[in-house]
Design a protein around this ligand. Structure first.
Ligand code: SF4
Length: 359
């Protein structure tokens, strides 16, 4: 390992910090070091690219600028502000944890590892990021970018999808992190992974830590890191109804309060089973679930959506309502094209809405 003594660790820190200070991107959550904003940004950045997060982050902190504002907000408003970002349990956990901070810590994000780590949805990465970036505490913050960079620097063939590899890298960061500026150190490693030490074509020729990197020295940077392939997501076929009543209102339905996309709204849909025609299965579902007499019309749209473990393949039919004045069940609503905008929908159903209400 190139970083075997204090002097070489110091040189590594200096090279990384100098580069970061001259090259960091101007990101909205880097502006004031507010622990709440750092927290929101780190939760949004999990599984989501920086460019995608920026407009969501700006809108979210405009709407909920403080711990208190988010703590007292309605869950539906929080989900609406998160609409389109996916992984909605992140938003629900964030609000649960923020309420705890509001009630138990007087609205101040705790600065101790033991306390912050107990908050819902705050794992080792998020706690390390908040403690180092907002409070200047030298805690490792190991995300996917950092795992890749460190695996290459130490030329490690450990499988980074394994918890053991993460723990090992956290231990290495704890020995490398700058005590004077842990915020820039952690952000510098993340930024290096995002801009220079990228997954498939690392720019080693302009890398500020090239002389510390064993993978570069051994010309194995393209082999690393090792990451076991994920299982293919399981496919679910769904059939979905776009259905209007006599007042030109469309039927929407709220998902259960737990599980996938909990409490979000959607157009009525059901998973296909067996060989029976899609139209027949949809007609029976609308009768059983909503007591609606219908005629299934044309197939009008088709949408696919991939979650981390699951793929939805949704076929949407235009459905004619035969029964008039039916009251939907308690988790359903008839809404106008204007009213529907106030409800939080998952991305797949936003696409259906856009297609069916605009076309
Ligand atoms: Fe990554 Fe190349 Fe820099 Fe090593 S030299 S850290 S492989 S970009």
């Amino acid at each position: 390992m190139q970083l075997e003594n204090k002097a070489s660790v110091k040189r590594f820190q200096d090279d990384l910090l100098t580069w970061f200070k001259g090259n960091q991107r101007d990101l909205p959550w880097r502006q004031d070091g507010d622990p709440y904003k750092v927290w929101v940004s780190e939760i949004m950045l999990q599984q989501t690219r920086v460019d995608t997060v920026i407009p969501f982050f700006n809108r979210f902190v405009d709407k909920f600028p403080t711990i208190e504002a988010l703590a007292i907000a309605e869950e539906g408003d929080v989900l609406k502000a998160w609409e389109g970002l996916g992984y909605y349990s992140r938003a629900r956990n964030l609000q649960t944890a923020v309420r705890e901070v509001h009630e138990q810590y007087n609205g101040i994000v705790p600065s101790s590892k033991a306390e912050i780590s107990k908050l819902k949805g705050v794992g080792p990465y998020t706690s390390g990021a908040i403690l180092s970036i907002a409070y200047g505490i030298p805690e490792p913050a190991v995300d996917g970018n950092v795992m890749r960079v460190i695996s290459r620097i130490i030329a490690s063939y450990d499988d980074i999808s394994k918890q053991k590899a993460r723990v090992k890298i956290e231990g290495i960061i704890a020995t490398l992190i700058s005590i004077d500026d842990p915020s820039s150190f952690n952000q510098g490693l993340m930024e290096l992974g995002a801009l220079i030490c990228t997954p498939t074509s690392p720019s080693c020729s302009i890398c500020p830590v090239q002389k510390h990197c064993l993978a570069f020295e051994q010309k194995i940077q393209l082999e690393l890191p090792i990451k076991a392939k994920k299982k293919q997501p399981k496919e679910k076929k769904l059939v979905c109804a776009f259905i209007k009543n006599e007042n030109d209102q469309v039927l929407i339905h709220q998902r259960p309060t737990t599980g996938l996309l909990a409490s979000l709204w959607e157009f009525p849909n059901v998973e296909l089973e067996g060989e029976e025609l899609m139209e027949l299965q949809l007609e029976k579902f609308l009768q059983n679930e909503f007591s609606l007499q219908t005629t299934i019309g044309q197939q009008i749209f088709h949408v696919e959506h991939v979650f981390s473990h699951l793929k939805w393949d949704v076929t949407i039919f235009d459905v004619e309502l035969l029964s008039i004045g039916i009251k939907p069940n308690e988790r359903s609503q008839w809404v106008s094209a204007l009213e529907i905008k106030a409800y939080p929908f998952p991305v797949s159903h936003q696409k259906i809405m856009k297609h069916c209400l605009i076309n």
